[in-house]
Design a binder for this molecule. Structure first.
Ligand code: ADE
Length: 285
């Protein structure tokens, strides 16, 4: 796995509509081959105004050619790790399962319900003789999520479009590519789901196995299919909000990355998950 001698501490994963970041100076593209293949797209290494490097990967490929179930999540996380990345800020378009999370809202979820049905390879240990059980009760890195709340709120206020941030939400990750039925959408609400997407898993699980701090910025595009007198979600509806959400995501990233890097160097955001796998590997008898 060649990291081409680049060292980058912070990685950004872009979801639907977010294929590049703003206000960065392009440095180079790298495309590390990992034991799990190549990442979704060549990784862009770019410099913040201070010269600090960040790494950006488009989860669905540069031209959105990779369906959620086919995203090479192990290669994406392994490639970022090979560059030295220790904290990942991931963006994803999501559906809303709650009236008070209208399309256009940004969210920092704190919990996940897994409905990916085991179709996606979800562990670096799969196919090896090592049995590992990562702790995943808190699937997002709590210190990173907590830190993000203030700077994201300020970035949204400063953008001036009235975009709201909600926190402490539960996201359902479904298999797709079809959207949920109305019955499923209602069931997810009863289960306590607030948001729904097709991408946060296995990404979050793999980041944990790689001991990388990970947080998701979920950007709501639609009300999914639970509202009785409204049409069920369609791709066309998702596309309506996608561009505005991506513009705001770029503004958020451009505003907070420098501050995140500085805070990470001072505090323990980057080391939050370091060593977390130490007691996760089953001893051989
Ligand atoms: N991504 C955006 N909207 C979605 C929805 N309603 N269901 C699943 N994934 C989504």
């Amino acid at each position: 796995m060649s990291s081409e001698n680049v060292k980058v501490l912070i990685g950004v994963i872009g979801g639907s509509g977010l294929y590049h970041l703003d206000n960065l100076t392009f440095v180079k593209h790298v495309n590390p081959e990992t034991p799990w293949g190549y990442p979704s797209s060549p990784i862009t290494i770019a410099a913040l105004p201070s010269g600090t490097l960040v790494a950006f990967v488009a989860r669905h490929g540069q031209g959105h050619t990779i369906a959620p179930s086919a995203v090479p999540a192990r290669a994406n996380i392994a490639a970022l790790k090979s560059l030295g990345v220790r904290a990942i800020l991931a963006f994803s378009a999501v559906g809303s399962l709650r009236e008070d999370i209208p399309p256009g809202t940004f969210a920092l979820p704190s919990q996940i319900i897994d409905r990916t049905k085991g179709v996606r390879p979800a562990s670096f240990f799969e196919g090896t003789s090592v049995v590992a059980h990562a702790a995943f009760g808190d699937p997002f890195s709590l210190k990173l999520v907590k830190w993000l709340e203030g700077p994201i709120r300020r970035a949204l206020a400063d953008e001036g479009r009235g975009v709201q941030l909600v926190t402490d939400k539960c996201i359902v990750c479904m298999e797709g590519p079809q959207f949920s039925t109305r019955a499923e959408s209602l069931m997810y609400r009863q289960w306590g789901g607030d948001l729904i997407n097709m991408s946060v898993l296995p990404e979050a699980k793999l980041a944990r196995e790689a001991e990388i701090s990970y947080a998701l910025v979920a950007t709501a595009t639609d009300y999914d299919s639970w509202r009785p007198h409204e049409g069920a979600v369609t791709a066309a509806e998702v596309f309506k909000t996608l561009q505005a959400n991506a513009d705001t995501s770029r503004h958020v990233a451009a505003t907070i990355l420098e501050e995140l890097h500085a805070a990470a160097l001072e505090g323990d955001i980057l080391t939050e998950e370091a060593g977390s796998m130490q007691f996760s590997i089953m001893p051989r008898s």
